[in-house]
Structures are given as structure tokens and as C-alpha cells.
Design a protein around this ligand. Sequence first.
Ligand code: HEC
Length: 159
Amino acid sequence: MLNLLPISGVLSATFTKTKLIQSMNSTKLAFAALAAALSFSLVASAEETKLPPASDKKDVTYATDIKPIFDANCAKCHSGDRAKAKLHMDTLEGVLKGTKMGKIVTVGDSEKSFIVKSIAHASSDKDEWMPPIPNKAGAKELTPEQIGLVRAWIDQGAK
Ligand code: HEC
């Protein structure tokens, strides 16, 4: 019995060491997983807040700068009696009135405006991305320059 003790001591020491290495590895793994998760969520949230910058064009108005963009890419589905979401994109009043759910333009604050999140694909719900792609209305995704103009128009008071 006595001469077995050192052996069991060695055995348990070896066992503890293995356990330690195992737990170190799993701690490292946990850190790696955490780091991966963190960097992923950082990328995701950066993606969500990334809007094209507002254009620095002065005196942007609906009539001259914005209506042509909306006519080409929104109005086929958002005008007349059968306007989707009861949203009329072909008149300034219609755009400012918004959808059956409420306003899509926060006058003076393009970053908060739902329409900007929608056209810049910045909302997490892809159903809110406009125009829907593909579509049969010939509507195209807006370019960063067009989104920048819409932003400048809203920031300048949506006139
Ligand atoms: C091919 C047709 C089509 C085009 C083009 C289109 N939309 Fe839409 N839009 C829809 C449909 C369908 C809905 C959903 C209607 C509903 O849920 O009642 C919608 C809903 C919306 C909504 C409300 C979304 C919500 O979740 O409340 C907004 C805002 C909107 N569109 C803006 C635009 C803008 C801005 C453009 C142009 C850049 C555009 N749409 C182009 C079909 C279109």
C-alpha cells in the first residue's frame, strides 16, 4: 500500500496536467470563438450604419433632383390607385405623407429617415429594401450618388 502512493501521486499529477492543458485549450478556443463572434458583430453593425454620405450639392429640390430618380425607380409601383403601401412617390406631398404605416422622411435628418435606410439597404429586414430586386418595373437599385442626393435633399429640408 505504502509503495503505491508515489505512483498514484505521479498518476494524479499527470492527470491534473492533462486536465490543465485541456482546460487551457478550451479557454483558448472560447477566446477565439468570442473574438470571432465580436468581430463578426462589429462588422455587422458597421454594415448597418454605413450609409453613403450626403451629397454636398446646394439647393437640392424634389422637382429638379429627386423626382427623376423616384420616377425611374419607384413610381411604377408607388403611384395611382394601386400604389403599394399606399405610398405615392410621384409627388412631393405623397413622399412627405408616407405609407399607410406612417412617414418615411424625417425632414432635416436623413440618417433617421426610413426611406434612406430602405434605399441604402441599411435595415436588417430585407423586405424593407427598395426597390425590390428583381422586379418587372425596370426599377434599379439606387447608386451611392443618388442616395447621397436623397440624403442632401432631406437634410436641406425636403423642399
Ligand atoms: C416593383 C415594385 C416596387 C418598386 C419599383 C418599388 N417598390 Fe416600394 N414597395 C413595393 C411593395 C410590393 C411594397 C410592400 C407593400 C406592402 O407591404 O403593403 C413596398 C413598400 C415600400 C415601403 C414601405 C416598406 C415598409 O416596410 O413599410 C417603402 C418606404 C417603399 N416601398 C419605398 C420605395 C422606394 C423609395 C422605391 C424606389 C427607390 C420603391 N419603393 C420601389 C413595391 C415596389
